[in-house]
Ligand binder design. Sequence first.
Ligand SMILES: [Zn+2]
Length: 186
Amino acid sequence: MELKWCQFIAQMGYKAKDMKMTIRQRPEALARRVLEAHWDGVLPVDIRGLAESCGARVIDDPLLDVSGVVAIEGGEPVIKVNTNESELRQRFTIAHELGHMMLRHLTKDKTEFRDPSKNYTMANFDRRERDANRFAAAILMPGEAVRAVILEMDDADVDSLASVFKVSKAAMSIKLKSMGILPEWA
Ligand SMILES: [Zn+2]
């Protein structure tokens, strides 16, 4: 089955060179490509708009029994987000589900991911979940944007950065540690 978002990845110039990237780099590189193709540079990143630009239909569902779902319905990728949860969680949910979609986790045999909130932690043993989280972090908190905001603010800290990027303090703290801006033990 020829699926639209596969064509989208092809259109973004996902060339053979990139296929040789190590698995460790892929989620971040893919997030960067989506940002380059569709992000207007405005913070916080309009994750819902980005998901739609990538070809997903985003559906609000306050009755969902998990935080988020990504599935192929009628040949199209659909992201369902539990709108009963906080706005910050909903943003991460959409970013994580978009990660499953863009990282090609959806296949003929696995046409749906249902994510309880525990899947949104890095302490997850399923590589697909960890990669979706890495994609989510990279797309919601683009490294260059984090650096630029820190330079621009007089007294940037985890709280102020988390509110600029509309992510949880925990997510921002992990990001700053991974960038070497906060020490690992902070
Ligand atoms: Zn997941």
